[in-house]
Write a protein that binds this ligand. Structure first.
Ligand code: AMP
Ligand code: MN
Ligand code: MN
Ligand code: MN
Length: 286
């Protein structure tokens, strides 16, 4: 599966969770805490897919018993002016292309944070960059830090409102142009012998036609899979994504997108199994 360890033969009831976050990006648990929780929740195969970083694989500490780890990352990128996320699964963590990609995205995240601060300043919110950077303690900085700052200064009551009004899709804090373009992130993943998978396709709130156009462009760039089961979805949504996946002949993935214990995030391992007529992405893990 990866240098992280072979899973052995895949049993029919093996529980895969191929999308999760740690404190190396915007998750609440340290890598070792995440792995322990995944074991508790019955996850057999886990991918840690932090936003634009692979640090969790450096900091996770020695592996004891627990799930088999599949190396992963969630790259931030854009397509036709919308922000999208692309998972790289089963990547070679030593690959120079991935490492260069991470360096590029880390610089982009930093520049983006400054721009978000400028955009918020134009709306009368002073010192948002400094506030968010303080919360980020000088490392990984993201929109959740800006959202927390807006709550802390009393501008909004909740993180959710901060996203809805200030940093969510289409708002002042939604700055996408610094990220590498979608074909570029796909190329980094392919160079690292990983599988590029479009993350949480329902999150972009696209019409079915436009989602298929996105996936067509993604496949043309070398993308290979999509998340069919992602976070908290209802059965109709899962059936809809399974249909899209089958129509486009893509590999199917499954992941909770776990960030922290408790709502609004899905629990590790949560969600239904993949519909049986689809080809699971793990069949292509070497
Ligand atoms: P960034 O990676 O800096 O673009 O930040 C995006 C992250 O913000 C997502 O990966 C989520 O973890 C988080 N997020 C998005 N929407 C919300 C929300 N409504 N409430 C809390 N966190 C959110
Ligand atoms: Mn996140
Ligand atoms: Mn995402
Ligand atoms: Mn995610």
């Amino acid at each position: 599966m990866s240098r992280e360890g072979a899973p052995g033969p895949i049993r029919a009831n093996t529980v895969f969770d191929l999308h999760s976050h740690t404190t190396c990006s915007d998750g609440a648990l340290e890598p070792r805490e995440l792995i322990a929780r995944a074991a508790e929740k019955g996850v057999d195969v886990l991918a840690i897919t932090d936003h634009d970083t692979i640090d969790a694989y450096r900091n996770r500490g020695p592996l004891q018993d627990g799930p088999t780890l599949v190396s992963g990352i969630e790259f931030s990128t854009h397509w036709e002016h919308i922000g999208i996320h692309v998972l790289g699964l089963n990547i070679d963590l030593q690959c120079e292309a991935i490492r260069a990609g991470v360096r590029f995205q880390t610089a982009a995240r930093q520049e983006r944070a400054r721009r978000i601060g400028e955009n918020l300043a134009k709306m009368g919110i002073a010192d948002a960059y400094e506030g968010a950077a303080r919360l980020a303690r000088g490392s990984y900085i993201g929109r959740p830090h800006f959202a927390q700052y807006l709550v802390d200064i009393g501008r909004v009551r909740s993180l959710d409102t901060a996203f809805r009004k200030f940093v969510g899709d289409g708002k002042a804090g939604d700055v996408r142009r610094h990220w590498a373009a979608m074909p570029q992130v796909v190329e980094w993943i392919l160079e690292a012998n990983g599988i590029p998978v479009l993350a949480h396709p329902l999150k972009y709130k696209l019409t079915r036609t436009r989602l298929k156009r996105l996936l067509g462009a993604f496949a043309a760039a070398g993308g290979q899979g999509m998340e069919v089961v992602s976070g908290q979805q209802n059965p109709q949504q899962t059936a809809g994504m399974a249909q899209v996946c089958a129509d486009l002949g893509l590999l199917a993935s499954r992941g909770s997108d776990f960030h922290a214990p408790g709502s609004p995030w899905a629990e590790l391992g949560a969600g239904p199994p993949l519909p049986p007529h689809l080809t699971p992405v793990w069949e292509r893990f070497a």
